[in-house]
Design a protein around this ligand. Structure first.
Ligand SMILES: [Fe+2]
Length: 381
């Protein structure tokens, strides 16, 4: 059990003593915090919504990208469109309508797939793994693999550059909370896997330092007869995630962490009941998250705290940009219209600033910053 010294937060003026609960009447709470909801933080109680601006200029603004409009890149994962990146991660959008005619191997880092649409089989060094929409598949660095879709696939590819994906520390919740590690599926050396072990020539496209090398074999190199060890691809579906929640407290996004790398974290928002305590906030609190760039990919459902967002969109809220519920959602801050959320979204929080790649810029919704304007501010324009 970790032992921390008791810290003594100061309270100044009119403020709530318990974050996200019992806000002083007529105030809007904003969290200014370090280390992505884990570090020291202060809650500020404002008279106006912290996103109540009427003008926003300069590069800090929030961004939104519509991947539904992206075309092309259908000849394997190395043709996938790079969307956002920094020295520690690559975030790509991949469409693969039919079976790959080659194998790939990522020598730059572990790769995490999130299947947004489609289904099929993944064949890799370790065997066959069937997949469907909503699956995460984590492929250890240098695994050889290919997919055979049974329905056209749209997937996120998240590379932990020169790094590994791990599971988050679940702390006092214990090992079996959120999802039991026993729920992780691994590939099987089954009849379908053995049936593809032919003497036909196969090319392996290896990515290393962003460059592709091609190794050609006169046989299928996915030819293992078995394996043993504690390193293997793993699969988990969002439907198997049992989110942490509290009836009396809006838990921060960090409680929804699914995979962690050294310089970023991947979280999953899945349906859950809203808080029921009348004094507890029902929507995300306003926050700066001052150390992280925040990316959200909207998979399915009704994105309860956002306006003008549909499935397949990506938003980027850069470090230092104060955000929270959109004006429409704010009405439900203490009285939710529905008993539970039905959104499914993948969040990526990066400790280092993200660059926007040309493909993302080509499908940007430049008006996204305006979606935060209140109806009054819009009317005044
Ligand atoms: Fe955020």
């Amino acid at each position: 059990m970790a032992k921390n010294w008791i810290s003594l937060p100061r309270v100044e003026g009119t403020a709530s003593r318990q974050a996200h609960v019992n806000l002083p009447p007529g105030t809007f709470e904003r969290e200014m915090g370090k280390e992505g909801f884990f570090g020291p933080a202060t809650h500020m109680y404002h008279r106006h919504p912290p996103t109540g601006w009427v003008e926003f200029e300069g590069p800090l603004k929030p961004r939104a990208f519509d991947t539904v409009q992206l075309k092309g890149g259908e000849s394997g994962p190395w043709s996938a469109e790079l969307m956002l990146h920094n020295a520690h991660l690559q975030f790509r959008l991949w469409r693969q309508p039919k079976a790959m005619d080659h194998l790939v191997r990522n020598a730059d880092g572990d790769e995490l797939l999130f299947i947004h649409e489609g289904a099929g089989d993944l064949y890799c060094d370790y065997g066959r793994l069937a997949f469907r929409d909503g699956d995460y598949i984590m492929l250890p660095r240098s695994t050889m693999w290919r997919i055979e879709p049974s329905a056209p696939v749209t997937a996120l590819l998240i590379e932990a550059t020169n790094d590994s994906f791990r599971l988050p520390d679940k702390g006092i919740l214990g090992e079996h909370a959120i999802f039991d590690p026993a729920m992780l599926d691994t590939p099987a050396m089954d009849a379908a896997f053995r049936a593809q072990q032919t003497e036909d020539a196969w090319a392996v496209r290896v990515k290393r330092r962003g460059q592709i090398s091609t190794i050609t074999y006169p046989f299928n190199p996915l030819d293992a007869t078995g394996w043993k060890g504690n390193l293997a691809p793993v699969k988990i579906n969002w439907r198997d995630i049992r989110p942490v929640l509290s009836a009396r407290y809006h838990v921060p996004p960090s409680a929804h962490s699914t995979f962690v790398a050294s310089r970023f974290v991947v979280c999953t928002f899945v349906p859950r009941p809203f808080e029921t305590d009348p004094a507890a906030l029902k929507v995300p609190f306003f926050h700066n998250n001052d150390d992280y760039d925040e990316v959200l990919f909207y998979h399915q459902g009704n994105f309860f705290s956002r306006d003008n967002i549909h499935a397949g969109m990506i938003t980027l809220h850069p470090c230092g940009f104060t955000h929270g519920p959109h004006p429409k959602a704010l009405k439900h801050a203490f009285a939710s219209a529905k008993p539970e959320t039905d959104e499914v979204a993948v969040m990526l929080d990066a400790r280092d600033a993200l660059e926007i790649a040309p493909a993302a810029a080509s499908v940007e919704n430049a008006a996204y910053v305006r979606s935060w304007l209140t109806p009054q501010a819009k009317a005044a324009e």
